[in-house]
Design a protein around this ligand. Structure first.
Ligand SMILES: [Zn+2]
Length: 334
């Protein structure tokens, strides 16, 4: 499955196939469908008929590779994916073990796959997502493999944020940026799905279609509604109750929303532009008069740091409570 906003770009990267780099890093915003794009790319590298047909054949009678790939049992394909929307987009499955950090057992499996298994299709493809969340030990182990990758092994790495990746890893990668689809294109695509409240969830996502789907499948609608009414009017709110209520949303999502929201306030203050929450322009225009660029910047830096250091073991309630209070504090004269 290739999302419509990547179709043009898909053709553009065909040049890569002539001289395939050993390590390709795909990066771009969270919530635009990077993992699906890279999985599709991996499948095309393994499809036996791709070169002749110029597309993935998907025919199980003619291509054992597509058959294996579709069944998720391809012996020449190894992937570590923390969070993916499945083929039918009907649910999001989370692999808790892999959610945050590659652990040493996974690295051992990766090494075994890279060096000690035979390739059946003349090429082995390894896909690793969320590279920025590797801890230093896993990152160093990965670096060792990337420094001398065996022939006929292709690494496809995915990241949201290049800043947290070891420069030594970055320097080994051929980098490809995947861009955010336009607001209109995303909304058009989402609306066709006829999912309840999807338009509003898209507004809440800051314009990221896959993020909106994630909110839908996680039943975040009412929780996000509450969170946004707090963002709109942060004063006179029972923080204690709200923090408990917001425990239903994963902290990473809360942090991401707050980050984009603060970016919009920041841009509005400095360049008069909005980049994410177009639908809430009036609310942002009202809020921006109640704060200063220094205060926005201060909290934004903090949030950016929290996102980089993010750990799923964070004490959620206290963390959410302090997050809400800090947001309240950047406004005055309400
Ligand atoms: Zn095929």
């Amino acid at each position: 499955m290739l999302f419509p906003w990547f179709k043009k770009f898909w053709k553009k990267i065909n040049y890569l196939r002539n001289k395939l780099p050993n390590v390709i890093l795909f990066y771009g915003n969270y919530g635009i469908g990077k993992v699906n794009f890279v999985q599709y790319f991996a499948k095309s590298l393994l499809c036996e008929n791709f070169f002749s047909k110029k597309k993935i054949c998907n025919k199980k009678e003619f291509c054992i590779s597509c058959f294996w790939f579709n069944k998720n049992i391809h012996p020449d394909y190894f992937s570590i994916l923390p969070e993916v929307i499945n083929k039918n987009e009907k649910s999001i499955y989370l692999n808790k073990l892999l959610l945050n950090k590659l652990n040493i057992n996974q690295i051992k499996l990766l090494i075994k796959f890279t060096y000690f298994t035979n390739s059946l299709c003349n090429l082995k493809v390894i896909l690793l997502s969320d590279i920025e969340s590797l801890n230093i030990f896993s990152a160093n182990s990965l670096l060792k493999i990337l420094e001398e990758p065996p022939k006929k092994v292709i690494f496809l790495l995915i990241a949201n944020n290049l800043k947290k990746i070891l420069p030594t890893i970055l320097s080994r990668c051929y980098k490809i940026i995947l861009r955010k689809p336009s607001y209109e294109e995303s909304l058009f695509w989402l609306k066709k799905k006829s999912l309840k409240n999807i338009e509003e969830l898209f507004f809440n996502s800051g314009g990221f279609p896959i993020l909106a789907l994630k909110y839908f499948y996680k039943n975040y609608y009412f929780f996000l509604k509450k969170f946004f009414s707090f963002l709109f009017y942060p004063k006179n709110v029972d923080i204690n109750n709200l923090s408990k209520y917001l425990l239903k949303i994963d902290i990473k999502s809360l942090l991401l929303i707050l980050q984009l929201w603060l970016y919009d306030l920041f841009f509005l203050k400095t360049t008069n532009n909005i980049y994410y929450f177009f639908h809430f322009k009036k609310k942002l225009l009202f809020l921006v008069q109640k704060t200063t660029i220094l205060k926005i910047n201060f909290l934004l830096k903090k949030i950016n740091n929290e996102i980089l250091l993010y750990s799923e073991f964070l004490s959620s309630y206290l963390f959410i409570e302090s997050l809400l209070i800090e947001y309240q504090l950047i406004f005055f004269n309400f």
